[in-house]
Design a binder for this molecule. Structure first.
Ligand code: MLT
Length: 319
């Protein structure tokens, strides 16, 4: 007897960033892999530039089954799933290799399970987007002192707010979907995001200076609504999981191939890049000593941080 035909599905994927970024690259790779894994039965469409709502709103929408998938920065998942904050503590992830280990090893697996439990969405893939560099429209920034008279936009993320506070400034929390307008109208002077995101969002049109900060390596999960996922057959679930893994592998490659080119492109469009003074030591010292201990409880205890540090070969910390 012939197998019953699979009901074809066209899923919707919300994407926070514009075209040309790591989120879109992950999304396109996921769609191609999903079509392949489901033998052409299923596909999906990307809705770029926050068309389906701000990144944080898409988590709520997916949780209640109003939205199938979303690709967004990890810092916009943390408010719903605090243990994911392990990956947004400043200066935890020091390289792409660290990011890959932490997301794809046992620590990442536990965070995936916690996120299903805490926020009703399942992480099925990861985009690796690079370090969040600081941009602003006013002046070169190389020292903590240079930040003091700048108004900096941050996501609504407690850890990132605390990091800027540790550097002596009170940042302005603002949804991602409002950030371009905020920079353009000069409600805020600056923000931080990876090179490829700065490019995809055309921030070079409203920002001039870049500081090569490395406090946060941006990882951007592809999430699926857990209720949508559970409504699918095991075969479809497996196709989605396999497609997510293929897209994740592609994303790692994409960052390696594109980041340097995009950095040059931003310079050719008139942006000026500076390195932080003294290998960033002042930024590092202030952020790690003040911020890490504040969040031990919300990430599930200091032992969770130490498990992450161990996974990337770093020494544990003590209370
Ligand atoms: C944010 O700054 O809110 C996000 O990291 C932006 C993004 O998703 O690229």
């Amino acid at each position: 007897m012939a197998a019953a035909p699979v009901a074809a599905k066209e899923f919707k994927i919300a994407v926070g960033d514009g075209a040309g970024g790591t989120q879109e690259a992950l999304g396109k790779a996921f769609i191609a892999a999903l079509e392949e894994e489901s033998n052409g039965a299923h596909t999906a469409t990307l809705f770029l530039n926050g068309q389906l709502g701000s990144e944080q709103d898409t988590v709520n929408d997916a949780a209640i089954g109003l939205l199938d998938f979303s690709i967004l920065a990890i810092n916009n998942v943390t408010p719903f799933s605090p243990s994911v904050g392990t990956l947004t503590l400043p200066y935890i992830i020091l390289s792409l290799e660290d990011a890959v280990k932490l997301t794809q090893g046992p620590v990442g697996q536990e965070l995936v399970e916690n996120t299903i439990r805490d926020s009703g969405v399942r992480i099925i893939g990861w985009a690796y987007s690079g370090f969040r560099v600081l941009t602003n429209s006013k002046k070169p920034v190389t020292e903590v002192a240079d930040l003091q008279d700048l108004v900096i936009r941050v996501p609504k993320n407690e850890i990132m707010i605390a990091t800027y506070q540790a550097w002596g400034v009170n940042p302005t929390p603002m949804a991602w979907s409002e950030t371009f307008a905020g920079l353009q109208t000069k409600v805020v002077d600056g923000q931080d995001n990876p090179y490829i995101t700065v490019y995809a969002m055309k921030f070079d049109e409203v920002q001039k200076y870049i500081t090569n900060l490395r406090y946060l390596f941006s990882i951007e999960p592809l999430i699926v609504s857990e209720s949508v996922f559970q409504s699918l057959s095991e075969e479809d679930q497996n196709a989605i999981l396999a497609a997510g893994q293929k897209a994740t592998d592609f994303s790692e490659q994409y960052l390696r191939e594109q980041e340097a080119r995009i950095k040059e492109e931003l310079v050719s469009r008139g942006m000026e890049i500076s390195d932080p003074a003294n290998d960033e030591q002042e930024f590092i010292d202030l952020a790690t000593t003040a911020v890490w201990p504040k969040f031990y409880d919300s990430i599930g205890g200091i032992e969770k941080l130490n498990a992450a540090l161990a996974e990337i070969g770093r020494d544990p910390v003590s209370e």
